[in-house]
Design a protein around this ligand. Sequence first.
Ligand code: BGC
Length: 714
Amino acid sequence: MTYHSSLIQELTLEEKIQIIHAAGLFRTGAVERLGIPSLKMSDGPSGVRQEFENDVWNPVDDTTDFVSWLPSNTCLCTTWNPELAEAFGKVLGEEARGRGKDVILAPGINIKRTPLCGRNFEYMSEDPTLTGRMAAPLIQGIQSQDVAACVKHFALNNQECDRMSVDTTVDEKTLFELYLPAFYDAVMEGKSYSIMGAYNKFEGDFCCENETLLQTILREQWGYDGVTISDWGGVHHTEQTALHGVDIEMSVTSDFDEYKLANPLLEKVKSGEIPETVIDERLERIFRMMERIQLGKDTRKKGCINTPEHQQTIQHIAEEGIVLLKNDADKLPLKPSVKKILVVGDNARRTHAAGGGSAEIKALYDISPLLGIRMVLGGDAQIDWLPGYYVDNEKHVSGEVDWQAVSLGVDYTTVQGREQFDAAIRPKRERYLQEVLDAAPAYDEIIFIGGLNHAYDVEGFDRPDLTLPYGQDEVISALAKITKNLTVVLINGGPVEMPWIHQVSSLIQTSYCGMHGGYALARVLFGEVNPSGHLAETYPLHLADTPTEKYHSYPGEIDDNGQRHVHYAEKLMVGYRYYQTEQVPVLFPFGHGLSYTSFSCDDFRLNVRGKLQEPDFSVTVSCQIENTGSREGKETLQLYIGIPEEGQPDRILRNFHKVSLKVGEKKEISLTLKSRDFATYSPEKKDFTANSGTYRLYLGTSVENILYETTVAL
Ligand code: BGC
C-alpha cells in the first residue's frame, strides 16, 4: 500500500473527515474500504503508556502493556550527551513499535520558564540551545524505528496553572530567541514527523487554532511539511481550526463524531462555508507521514519491548543524568565496605513510574534506591530504613482539576482547614523525626533520600512554592547537626530551596530516572560510576529570586470575564540569563555538576575564520583538557557568548561538548560557532541577523565556573 496523494481523489468527503479526527482516545479514523488504517498514538516522553479502552478513559486491565520506563526528559538532559539522547529515542521508538504504535507523543521540549511548572520534569531545560541539541537526536532515534515523534507542546506552554485556557503574550524577539528555537531544531534538525499544538492561547487564539504559530511561523517561515496534532481537547472552533489550525483533532471525550473537525466540519464544507481543499491539504501531509513511517509495508520495523538492551541503555542514561551537586572533602563516594547504613526518607522506597499524568508508565519494574543499594552492597552490610518524615495526602491546587489526574484516581481536592490538618499530622512528623535521631548514632553512614514525588511534579498543577514538602528540611537539618556522615539525595523534577545547604557536605540530585534509577543512584553513591551529570536549569536560592517573581509575571492575572492572561514581562531574562545578568546569587548555577575525579584545562586558543556574514565564517575556541584525578571521568565544556545588544543577557549557551578521559589522559577540545550563533532576531526584518560588534566568549564547566574568557571583534 502506498499512501500517495492520488488516494485523496478516491475518498468521499465523509471518509476524508474520518482521517483528520479521533475515532478513539488514541487513534484516528480508518477507511477500511481503501486500506487506510487508523494512526495509533500513545504517550509519552518516558515510555509507552498503558493501553486505554477505545472510548473511555479507563486503563485496559491487561498485563501486556508493561514496558521499559525511561528516564524523564529532565534526567536525559542533565547528561548533556546527545548520543544518549539518540539512544533514548531509539529505545522509545522500538518500544512504541513493539506496542504497535504509529505516533509517540514525545518529547516534551517547552522551556522551563519558572521552576514551579508542574510538568517541568517532562521538559528538558531553561535553555533552548541545550534543549534543541538534545531533542533533535532523540527525535531521530525515535523515527529510525518507523514511528513518528510528536514533539510537544507548540508553543508557550510554560505553566500548568489554567493550562487549558491561559492567554499568553510575549514580545516577538523573545518568542523567536527563547521559546521557538528548540522547536525549530526539533523540526529542522530532528525532522519530527509531527508536532503537537499546546492547550494555551497565544495572543488571544488557542495554540491549536493559531494562525501565527501554525501557519505563518511553522509552515511559511520554517517550511514544515509534517503533521500537526492537537493536544487532547485543545481544539475549540471548527472554522478557525479548519482554516489555519492543526491537521488532526484529538480529544478526551467519546463523542468523536461531534469533534470540531468531524460533523461540524462536514456541514460547513457541504454548505460551502469552508473549502474542501483544506481537508485535502491535511490528507496530503498525513499520507506523507504514513509513508515516512512505512505504514503497512512489509519492510517496516516491528519494534520490541522490554529487551535487556533497552534496560541497559536506560541504566546508562540514568547514571549519566545523576548530578553530584556538592562533595566537600570528597565525602563521596561512600566505601562499599561500610557495614551499617541507615537509609532515611520516603523516596528511598517509593517508585515513581506510575505518576505524573500523561507521562505515567506501567513499568515492567522500577528499582527503588533502597533496592539499588542492596544490589550494590550485597548481603553483608546492615541496611536499615526509616521514613524520617511523614508523607501526608496533602494536595495542592494551583490549577483546575485535571482529567489526566482524575483518570488516575487521584483526589486533588483542596485540603480544607490547613491548620487542623497540620495539627493532625504534626505529632506523626515529630515521632518520625525523633525515631531517626535516636537511631542515627548507631550507624556508619546515613543516606537521606527525599525530594518531591508526583503529587508535586504533575501534569495539571504547578507547585505552590519551592520548599521541600513533608517537613524534610527539618529532618535534614536535625540529622546534619548530629552526624558528619550524612549524604543527602534529592529526587525531584526541578529545583527546591535548601535552607540546610551549608550544614551538609555531600548532595546528589536526580530526576525521575527510569526503571534502573535506584540502581544507578547506588552505583554513583558507592563509586561504581563516576557522576557526570550537569544541571540543565538553575537552582535558585529562593523562589523570590526567580525572574517571574521579580517581574510579577507568573501565573498572570484573571480579567473580569474569568480569562487568565500571562505576559512574559521578563522577556529574555529566564533562568541563568536572568541570574547572571542581574547578578542574583543562586544555590547551584546552570551547567553545574561535579565528578569524583578532577580536570584541568589549559592552552586556550581562539581561531576566527572568514567574515561574520559569510557562509564559511566560524569562531573556534580550543583547549587541552586533562584528567588530573585518580578515576576515569567525563567533563562537559560549555561555551557561552555575550552579545553586544541592548536587552541581551550577559551570557548565552551556544555550544557544549562532553568528553570522557582516562586517568592522566589529555584531549584537545574545539567548540565552534557559526554566524547563526551570533545572530539575534530583528522584529523589523522578521529574521535573524548577526551584527558586527565586540562579542564576549566564555568557556566553562557551568555558567559561573568560567575557565577562559575573551572578546572577539567581528
Ligand atoms: C497532555 C499531552 C498528552 C495528551 C494525551 C494532554 O493532556 O497535555 O501531553 O500527550 O494529553 O494524553
